[in-house]
Structures are given as C-alpha cells and as structure tokens.
Ligand binder design. Structure first.
Ligand code: ADE
Length: 230
C-alpha cells in the first residue's frame, strides 16, 4: 500500500514513521510519504492559508494550494485523480473513523491524506479534490496531523507484517471476529497479585471453554454489561 500525507508539518510524522509496527509494514511493502503543501504553493512567501470570507477567527487552507500540491506531486488534475485514488480530508465533521472504515481503507492500494490546519479547509477542497472527509472524533484538534496519524495507525496495523503475530489484528476490539464488540479482558503473570486473581478458566488449558468465555466477555462489554472504562 502507498500512503501519501499532505501536510504543513511533514516532520510531525517522523516519530510515527519510526514506530516498530510501521517499520514492519514498510519492510513488507508499505510506502509512507510526506508531502509539504509549502513546497508546492504557487503563492509568494510560502503562503498556504488565508483569512475566511465573511470574517471570523483563524486561517483556512487555500483550495489553489491543495490543488497545486496534488497536481505537482501526482502530475495529474486532482479532479481526475480522485476517480482512481481515495483522497481523505481529515476534518472534525467528517465520517467517523471506526474499525469498519479502517478495514475498508486497509484494502485500498493507495491513500492520500490531507491535513488541514487552524480553521481547516476551504470547503471546495473537500467537495472537489477529496473523495472522503474523515473525523477521528467530535472534537477539534489544532490540525489534521494527529488525526492522520491515528488513521494511519488504525490502517497500518491491519497490513500484512505490521504486527508480529498475524492473528493479533484479527480478533481484536470491534472486529467482525468479536461481532463488533470490544475485546475481552487479558491477563498475564502473576496469576495472583494482592488477592486479585485471574479467572480460573484462563488457567484451565481448555481452549474451547476459553474461547467461549472470551466471546461472552466481549459480548457483555459490547452490551454495556461490564464496561471496564465506566
Ligand atoms: N482536524 C481537526 N480536528 C480533527 C478531528 N477531530 N478529526 C479529524 N481531523 C481533524
């Protein structure tokens, strides 16, 4: 898979790109590129944003800058490009990222992420240059970079080779294997600590009963029966 992240702060992704699971995925064929809007702006002085028409606080990422950046990087009109490639604008009001969307995106051959800044995007970017608007939650971040990293993380860990144990992304919270429920609780050594013991079934060695118990726990958590987060 190819992922290109368009941003005003390419260096913000250095830490993310160095994480073990991302490096693993890169070793298995992932390409993660960062593209600076500033490197492609047609405006003088590296300008990329402007004040909103109609007034109000903050700055808005300009449509001509994003158009030029996409065109400069891909050598094609982005309006045509979006017929062949998912171009995701990270924005608080977009489609909420969940496990199903992460799986859908992990199945794509390539993704382009657009990170807005300050007050976000000129709406024409979302309407005419992007294919999707994606949100990581109904709150406003200072920019799309953290949101892009969250999305990349959720997608990349589903790619072959990202996680050491290939089964670990299959049976995890919200996956179809757990009927969309949060994951069952995990325990490790010591089996007894300060009088807090591990459920007997997990020490029983009965794989069938362990599976049943885990699915039951996941279902209970999913129905709000035993919310560990309260
Ligand atoms: N940019 C700013 N806030 C965001 C959010 N909650 N989700 C996606 N992109 C954003």
């Amino acid at each position: 898979m190819d992922i290109d992240v368009f941003t005003l702060f390419p260096e913000a992704f250095d830490w993310f790109a160095g994480q073990r699971h991302v490096r693993n995925a890169i070793a298995h064929g992932l390409r993660l590129d960062r593209v600076s809007f500033r490197d492609h702006t047609p405006l003088s002085g590296g300008q990329v944003d402007d004040t909103p028409f109609g007034g109000g606080a903050g700055m808005v990422l300009r449509v001509d800058v994003v158009d030029a950046a996409l065109r400069g990087h891909y050598g094609r009109d982005p309006v045509e490009l979006r017929e062949d490639r998912r171009i995701l604008a990270l924005t608080p009001g977009g489609r909420l990222l969940d496990d199903a969307l992460a799986s859908e995106l992990a199945a794509e051959p390539s993704l382009t992420l657009l990170c807005g800044r300050y007050e976000g995007f000129d709406e024409r970017i979302v309407e005419h240059l992007a294919t999707d608007a994606v949100s990581i939650g109904r709150y406003v971040l200072a920019g799309g970079e953290l949101a892009a990293m969250v999305l990349c993380d959720a997608v990349v860990r589903k790619l072959p080779g990202a996680l050491g144990d290939e089964t670990s992304a299959v049976e995890e919270s919200f996956s179809p294997a757990l009927e969309g429920a949060p994951e069952y609780p995990h325990y490790t050594r010591p089996a007894e600590y300060r009088g807090w013991s591990v459920p007997d079934v997990l020490l029983s060695g009965h794989h069938g009963r362990i599976r049943e118990w885990r699915l039951e726990q996941a279902r209970r958590r999913g129905s709000g029966g035993a919310n560990p987060l309260r």
